[in-house]
Design a binder for this molecule. Structure first.
Ligand SMILES: *[C@@H]1O[C@H](CO)[C@@H](O)[C@H](O)[C@H]1NC(C)=O
Ligand SMILES: *[C@@H]1O[C@H](CO)[C@@H](O)[C@H](O)[C@H]1NC(C)=O
Ligand SMILES: *[C@@H]1O[C@H](CO)[C@@H](O)[C@H](O)[C@H]1NC(C)=O
Ligand SMILES: *[C@@H]1O[C@H](CO)[C@@H](O)[C@H](O)[C@H]1NC(C)=O
Ligand SMILES: *[C@@H]1O[C@H](CO)[C@@H](O)[C@H](O)[C@H]1NC(C)=O
Ligand SMILES: *[C@@H]1O[C@H](CO)[C@@H](O)[C@H](O)[C@H]1NC(C)=O
Ligand SMILES: *[C@@H]1O[C@H](CO)[C@@H](O)[C@H](O)[C@H]1NC(C)=O
Ligand SMILES: *[C@@H]1O[C@H](CO)[C@@H](O)[C@H](O)[C@H]1NC(C)=O
Ligand SMILES: *[C@@H]1O[C@H](CO)[C@@H](O)[C@H](O)[C@H]1NC(C)=O
Ligand SMILES: *[C@@H]1O[C@H](CO)[C@@H](O)[C@H](O)[C@H]1NC(C)=O
Ligand SMILES: *[C@@H]1O[C@H](CO)[C@@H](O)[C@H](O)[C@H]1NC(C)=O
Ligand SMILES: CC(=O)N[C@H]1CO[C@H](CO)[C@@H](O)[C@@H]1O
Length: 601
């Protein structure tokens, strides 16, 4: 951008000079030789000055080299990166080096990345060599991506969910997610910090805190709560510490940090993406999805990671023929909202209490900005498509399901470890370790969630009758009395609501949600803190999003609508992180260093 403005200045100057010569050409003929000399000298001087200032500014900027513009890593898209890689402007190795430098630019303050992949550079070099030989695996070839530190890789990196109980543990192979990313040519750059155990441990912790990774901080406000549990993935993707990141969601863990970090988050249908060798909470609710800066970038990633996995039988429910998945990138269509009937489940989020709280700004942005945009794009807004089930969900119903699953699914995950340094095989083992290992910050950060699972619901797991009773009740509430019921009754194509309130019913039903940036807290917003009182949850400039949701397997339709909304609003470009949190290293820095090294300077 900076470079372009210098180019424009130069072009303007040149045009001005041509005009001047054109209009003064005849006069020039009548001038004396001395006058002509002075005049030409003047033109030459100003022109040279123009060239020099322009050249100097383009040297000073970190976005171009000798006039060749580089895309800004804060906002670069998959398509920009592919063009740069294909044209040889930069290599995948340059990208890895640039992103590693950007990670260290903000490492000490934001703690978004827990671990770098020591093999990232050699993997990138191998992918560069493939490209040089004419092999391009796909649109993500050579593009660095970060993954949440609960998605397993069989390499030098740990897979810990932020817990010392799993430090050093090894898995038998790459998780399906990691394998699919590698197959698509993406470079797994590192692991992102997260709310420990995906926020399934303590009643007194904070989003984005883990014993191993420390506290992630959001980039848009001092001590901003990054939300969770894919907190590091959110901050890293938002600041361009990689092209994008993978998160995982059980109830809000992709869309909430996407909300707080001005990102697009896709929480896929449970079963569309494999949970194989992902440290679990709940097989009935967990899902892995992209957190990216644009809908199309998220769609590129979703296309790469979606699909059948022999290691996760929930993926065998994918309804598309022959283990294929839709082309989510092709679904990005500017006209996708035209004629669509979109409902609003007001009873889930609209109350005078919320309107009078700091969250009121979200509701007014939703009503006064987002809904008019949707209408102008041709959508038919169906007001108040209430979800009766939302108001009658019994207390602790969700806990019974998540606790029951966690007890069974964690034991199953631990049984697959090929190296288990702490010999933990059950939730009881993990609790015992956590309560006795000083760096786990117990008892200040308690183990309340596990205490409920093990003590209050003594004997629970996901085969017991109480589990099934609560699980099937949830499906009724979130389905016929919620998402699918309201869609059927009002012939809807989708539902929308502020992201902050959107996760719960899709979590229960296993249905998808896409969050897109919608705005940020305005001047005058009260600063409020998280439950623990150590992070700021609301404050001027903190971003928030709008969520698009529908029935299971409806991602293709939702991607279209989310894209159509994004293209008309482009909120991400207007809501900026605090300047001090933006990493300074850009591609041009890395490329010019490499070129100097190559010519032996
Ligand atoms: C992050 O900071 C820590 C402590 O200052 C340092 O040990 C580590 O190497 C840094 N990581 C990166 C990726 O720069
Ligand atoms: C997992 O990593 C180990 C150590 O590098 C290697 O020996 C093993 O073959 C890998 N497993 C698979 C399935 O790639
Ligand atoms: C997956 O396997 C479990 C246990 O064998 C079974 O109960 C469940 O119905 C299967 N799910 C799907 C989607 O096939
Ligand atoms: C699915 O695969 C089978 C066997 O390879 C093929 O005959 C059939 O045409 C495919 N169907 C679709 C819809 O692609
Ligand atoms: C929404 O519908 C419910 C039930 O039909 C009704 O009680 C409520 O007043 C409506 N709210 C709005 C904002 O229209
Ligand atoms: C785990 O078990 C192994 C084998 O029984 C043993 O050698 C090791 O000391 C145990 N580690 C811990 C932390 O208990
Ligand atoms: C919760 O954390 C806060 C902040 O560290 C601490 O002051 C408080 O004592 C903790 N509460 C419990 C019940 O441990
Ligand atoms: C929910 O669980 C907690 C324990 O975690 C318990 O104290 C509370 O009584 C339960 N509530 C209901 C309504 O069962
Ligand atoms: C689940 O609980 C049942 C009943 O208490 C028990 O028989 C079974 O072994 C448990 N299964 C697991 C995986 O813990
Ligand atoms: C849900 O679980 C609780 C606690 O175990 C149990 O008392 C209740 O009956 C269950 N509900 C259903 C609908 O099965
Ligand atoms: C919250 O924001 C205020 C004002 O910007 C700042 O002074 C404070 O350090 C932040 N953190 C907390 C935990 O209040
Ligand atoms: C790569 C990175 O940022 N790692 C940091 C994550 O947080 C821990 C704890 O604060 C640091 O020690 C790491 O350096």
């Amino acid at each position: 951008m900076k470079y372009l403005s210098h180019t424009s200045a130069l072009l303007l100057f040149a045009a001005f000079a041509v005009c001047w010569l054109w209009t003064n050409w005849e006069d020039l003929g009548s001038l004396s030789t001395d006058e002509m000399k002075v005049s030409l000298l003047w033109s030459l001087t100003t022109f040279t000055f123009g060239v020099l200032t322009s050249a100097q500014s383009s040297c000073n900027t970190t976005t171009s080299i000798n006039g060749t513009p580089f895309p800004s890593l804060l906002d670069v898209t998959a398509e920009d990166l592919a063009i740069g890689l294909e044209s040889g402007l930069f290599t995948s190795a340059d990208l890895v080096n640039a992103y590693i430098a950007r990670i260290s630019d903000v490492n000490d303050t934001l703690r978004a990345v827990t671990q770098l992949n020591p093999d990232a550079l050699s993997i990138a070099q191998r992918l560069d060599a493939e490209r040089a030989n004419g092999v391009v695996r796909g649109p993500l070839h050579g593009i660095p991506i970060l993954i949440k530190n609960n998605i397993g890789t069989n390499d030098s990196m740990d897979n810990t969910a932020g817990s010392y109980a799993l430090a050093g543990a090894k898995i038998p192979r790459d998780s399906t997610m990691a394998a699919k990313l590698r197959k698509a040519g993406a470079v797994i750059l590192g692991k992102t910090n997260l709310s420990q155990w995906a926020n399934f441990r303590s009643d007194n912790s904070s989003s984005g805190w883990s014993a191993i990774g420390g506290q992630v901080i959001g980039a848009y406000f001092p001590e901003q709560d990054p939300s969770g549990s894919s907190s590091g993935s959110g901050v890293a993707s938002s600041l361009g510490l990689a092209f994008a990141a993978l998160g995982s969601e059980t109830d809000g863990s992709i869309i909430s940090p996407a909300d707080a970090s001005n990102l697009v988050g896709i929480k896929p249908t449970v079963g569309l993406t494999s949970r194989d060798l992902v440290i679990p909470i709940s097989e009935h609710q967990d899902t892995v999805g992209p957190m990216a800066r644009t809908v199309k970038d998220a769609a590129y990633i979703l296309s790469a990671i979606a699909g059948y996995s022999p290691y996760d039988n929930y993926t065998s429910a994918i309804p598309f023929p022959n283990h294929t998945v839709p082309d989510y990138v092709a679904a990005c269509n500017f006209s996708a909202l035209r004629g669509k009937r979109i409902g609003i489940p007001r009873n889930v989020f609209d109350s005078s209490d919320i309107r009078q709280s700091a969250y009121g700004a979200i509701l007014s942005t939703f009503d006064n900005y987002a809904l008019p945009v949707l209408r102008a794009a041709g959508a038919i807004i169906v007001e108040n498509t209430t979800w009766p089930g939302y108001d009658i969900e019994p207390v602790n119903r969700t806990s019974v399901v998540l606790d029951g699953d966690f007890i069974s699914d964690l034991a199953n995950y631990l049984s697959q470890l090929t190296y288990n340094p702490q010999n933990v095989t059950s939730l009881s083992d993990v609790r015992e370790f956590t309560q006795s290992y000083p760096l786990e910050d117990y008892p200040d950060r308690d183990t309340g969630v596990w205490d409920q699972a093990l003590d209050y619901f003594h004997g629970l797991n996901n085969t017991t009758p109480e589990f099934w009773g609560n699980y099937t009740l949830g499906l009724k509430l979130a389905g016929p009395q919620g998402i699918t019921g309201s869609m059927k009754n009002h012939s809807l194509d989708a539902l929308v609501m502020p992201t902050l309130f959107a996760s719960h019913f899709p979590a229960i039903l296993g249905s998808p949600v896409i969050s897109v940036p919608m705005g940020s807290y305005p001047e005058g917003t009260e600063v409020t803190q998280n439950g623990r009182g150590d992070l700021n949850q609301t404050g001027v400039g903190i971003p928030f999003g709008i969520a698009f949701l529908a029935e299971r397997w409806s991602e293709e339709r939702l991607v279209g609508m989310a894209y159509a909304f994004e293209q008309r609003t482009m909120v991400r470009g207007r809501v900026l992180p605090l300047a001090g949190n933006v990493p300074s290293t850009e591609l041009a820095d890395v490329v010019s260093l490499r070129r100097k090294r190559e010519v032996g300077l």
